[in-house]
Design a protein. Structure first.
Length: 257
């Protein structure tokens, strides 16, 4: 069942834009048995809590909030409640991240506006190999790579060690540990055997580039300045170590920039 908040419809904001009267927040239904490892489970265990934190801010604005776990009843509940819009926070369905791409399709079929990527974007984001192929086809340089489904598969001889291996369909830095970067083929084979046997999916292997990993966030706004906190993940040598820097604000940018 859906669970509405107790707040009444909203009023116009001070800048003249009207807030939605009702908002649905969809989040991952998380159960330990859905995930092959504790590591992957931990990336989503707070899904409902995070949804309710966001909802609490909307409720303070007198927006009525409905909370929906990503379960088979979602379509029925959305059709019944008909929220003005939906915030899509789903990262997996039954522990399968690629199934998250079904959520935009459900919302579009019900003609409900929503946040986040559409059907195509969600489908692409859960296939690292395909994204790299698309980037490369458009002239964007990427490290040399290979998709491997069998730990005994022949290795592309153009690849140069060290190589980093990543689960092709799972995000959240799952299994990005101190064994993620292999300095020789023996290390790589051992890691491929573990990842493929444990997660039952292909592994993307690519040439490792030492340096700082940067995540860029695109926000659509109303010509207002946006300030973002920043943090970074460093890869000193070939050892994975996460370092969170003090939060800082970027220079203000507007939606036109």
């Amino acid at each position: 069942m859906t669970e509405p908040s107790i707040y009444s419809p909203s009023t116009p904001t001070t800048n003249g834009f009207e807030l939605p009267k009702t908002v649905g927040i969809i989040y991952s239904e998380v159960r330990r048995e859905y995930f092959p490892t504790e590591t992957q489970y931990l990336t989503e265990q707070d899904a409902e809590h995070e949804a309710r934190v966001i909802g609490s801010y909307l409720e303070k604005l007198n927006v009525r909030v409905y909370y929906y776990p990503g379960t088979p009843n979602l379509v029925i509940n959305l059709a019944q409640d008909k929220p003005d819009m939906v915030i899509n926070l789903v990262g997996s369905i039954r522990g399968q991240e690629y199934l998250s791409a079904t959520i935009p399709g459900i919302l579009e079929s019900l003609n409900i506006p929503y946040t986040g990527s559409g059907i195509l974007g969600e489908s692409l984001v859960y296939n690292k190999f395909l994204v790299k192929e698309l980037l490369q086809s458009h002239g964007i340089p990427v490290p040399r790579f290979q998709l491997i489904s069998n730990p005994l598969a022949l290795l592309d001889q153009t690849l140069q060690f060290p190589l980093i291996s990543k689960l092709n369909e799972i995000h959240g830095a799952v299994e990005i540990t101190d064994t993620a970067v292999s300095e020789n083929e023996k290390q790589l084979r051992e890691r491929l055997k573990f990842l493929i046997a444990t997660y039952k999916q292909p592994v993307l292997v690519e040439e490792f580039i030492a340096g700082r990993e940067v995540t860029g966030i695109l926000l659509e706004g109303l010509n207002k300045k946006v300030y973002l906190a920043a943090s970074s993940r460093r890869y000193p040598r070939y050892i994975m170590r996460e370092i969170t820097e003090p939060e800082r604000e970027t220079p203000g940018i507007t939606a036109d920039d």
